[in-house]
Write a protein that binds this ligand. Structure first.
Ligand SMILES: Cc1cc2nc3c(=O)[nH]c(=O)nc-3n(C[C@H](O)[C@H](O)[C@H](O)COP(=O)(O)O)c2cc1C
Ligand code: SF4
Length: 515
């Protein structure tokens, strides 16, 4: 590389990196490059998902991309002085990005391109395997696309882990038209960010997966539903959709096939319940997010009463590689009936928080210590909430259970959207149980009594237990209330709020004893 050729430097434009100063770093890099007479080509990539190292700046060298982080604007002159543009060592240097243990140990299928490419470049996307799945799907019969997804073993990544192929077959076979595809990118779970990261880092992947779903079921219109907390993801998706349409990857004549699929974005106001599929349909139709009775299933009568596929963003983003590489390739990852990979999200009290995509079957111990590096506070990890605010608290004695859907169901826990929130030994689990009930009361849509009233009474009962009032009677009352909510709620908000409460009671009874 001669001094006059611009050196390619990557600075993430992901909102996680922006929140810790990526824009300022990008500006400093440009100013310093000019001052030194060393031209650079700045690429705003997605995040590699090593959030504790953001902003993670990468430089393209003949040996590969070299990583430096976390870089602050004031570090930039020093980096230039050390010769970082040639990949020279520096106290913030980590060597070749691809060899960093956090990344090298991952199995990135869905996130294969995130952090690697310029998110909005169609050329970059295609140069890294993008649209290969769509190109194959366009030449297949709908039934063959559905079969491929069924054979891959893909299960919904939004929470319930329902087989995606079976859902698609139901919509494909439903007689009414038009049909719709709704991508659920509401992502309300605590500590989760994979949908956002993908939308910001590889938006065409989501567009491609949603379009393949539409081809599989015969849908002509699709919606991506996200939340107002994700304005940056929204802007990137908006631009990506416009560019994909202009290039014929969306619109009235998909890849010259004569088939049509339009895709639009919708933004919710951030109510947790709007992530529930029927409440989301209400919201998309312009009404408040109240849960609908089932049946009919949305697959039969969903948006505007028409057959509708509703899938989580991660489910849809897993589809392009399944079509491109074949069902068997994807199915071979994982254990038991948990096939493929899941982008786990490590958050809370953890040293190395970020995104770790791995095949199902690794354990929390591996996740927390091999990737996470233990707690951020340096204290012992006492509890981990897996699967969002309605997920159970997993105690240390269960950290070696493999992360697979069935193994987790057996211990009364769930993997859900892959959110892992870590707590050290200073956590008060009675307070956490109270918080779960309070969350349910706050986010309840109010349609059914067990959830609307039960969650409020639940908070009061836990308060009485914490205060040491009639402990035995109130513990029995709490159990009975949880039972009513579990069995009598209309949707999983009320139906699962007891999970964190009961797991806290079961595994950490000492926290419920009066002090
Ligand atoms: C209270 C509540 C909130 C939910 N939030 C989300 C969400 O943010 N994203 C999501 O994909 N699914 C969410 N779900 C699950 C959806 O109802 C639905 O099962 C899912 O979008 C289906 O997609 P999948 O089969 O690809 O997982 C939620 C469910 C409940 C009960
Ligand atoms: S369980 Fe709660 S959120 Fe779900 S329908 Fe009933 S009141 Fe609404």
């Amino acid at each position: 590389m001669t001094a006059t050729q611009p050196q390619r430097v990557y600075v993430p434009g992901d909102s996680g990196a922006l929140s810790v100063g990526a824009d300022q770093v990008a500006r400093s890099l440009q100013i310093e490059a000019q001052r030194c007479g060393l031209p650079i080509e700045l690429v705003r990539n997605g995040s590699r998902g090593l959030y504790w190292l953001e902003p993670l700046v990468e430089v393209e060298t003949p040996a590969g991309r070299m990583a430096y982080g976390p870089v602050r604007a004031q570090d930039v002159p020093d980096l230039f002085a050390a010769g970082f543009l040639s990949g020279e060592p520096h106290r913030l240097g980590h060597g070749l990005t691809a060899l960093m243990p956090y990344l090298a140990g991952q199995e990135r299928l869905t996130f294969a391109r995130v952090g690697l490419t310029d998110p909005l470049s169609l050329d970059d996307y295609q140069a890294h395997g993008g649209f290969a799945g769509l190109k194959r799907a366009i030449g297949l019969e709908p039934a063959a696309i559905v079969q491929e997804v069924t054979d891959s073993g893909l299960r919904g990544r939004g929470g319930a882990a329902f087989p995606t192929g079976i859902k698609w077959a139901t919509v494909r076979d439903a007689p009414l038209t038009p049909k719709y595809v709704v991508c659920n990118a509401d992502e309300g779970d605590s500590g989760t960010f994979s949908d956002r990261m993908l939308m910001e880092g590889d938006p065409y992947c989501l567009i491609e997966g949603t379009t393949i779903a539409a081809l599989a079921v015969g849908a002509t219109q699709g919606y991506i539903y996200s939340r107002s907390e994700y304005p940056h993801a929204f802007r990137i998706m908006e631009t990506a959709i416009a560019r994909a349409r202009a290039a014929g990857f969306l619109g009235p004549d998909l890849l010259g096939s004569g088939r049509s699929f339009e895709l639009e974005l919708r933004m919710g106001a951030g109510a947790y319940i709007c992530g529930e599929e029927t409440a989301m349909l209400e919201s998309l139709e312009g009404r408040p997010g109240l849960v609908r009775f089932k049946p009919p299933l949305p697959a039969i009568a969903g948006l505007f009463g028409r057959p509708t596929v509703i899938n989580n963003a991660m489910s849809l983003a897993s589809v392009p590689i399944i079509l491109a590489q074949g069902a068997a390739f994807y199915r071979d990852y994982g254990v038991g009936r948990s096939h493929g990979t899941l982008p786990f999200q490590l958050a809370g009290n953890i040293r190395h928080g970020g995104l770790v995509e791995k095949a199902f079957g690794l354990t929390l111990n591996e996740m927390l210590y091999d990737y996470g590096g233990g707690s951020a506070s340096g204290r012992p990890i006492r509890a981990v909430q897996v699967g969002g605010p309605l997920g159970a608290y997993v105690p240390e004695s269960q950290f070696d259970i493999p992360l697979d859907y069935e193994a987790y169901a057996k211990i009364g826990a769930m993997i859900g959207h892959g959110g892992i929130v870590v707590f050290d030994d200073t956590v008060d689990m009675a307070r956490m149980a109270r918080y779960a009930m309070e969350f349910c009361a706050h986010e309840s849509c109010g349609k059914c009594t067990p959830c609307r009233i039960g969650s409020r009474r639940g908070v009061e009962v836990i308060d009485r237990i914490i205060a040491g009032q009639a402990r035995a009677a109130n513990l029995a009352l709490l159990e009975s209330l949880c039972d009513t909510m579990l069995n009598g709620s209309l949707c999983a908000l009320g139906g699962m709020a007891p999970y964190p409460v009961q797991s806290a009671l079961r595994h950490f009874p000492e926290d419920f004893a009066p002090s």
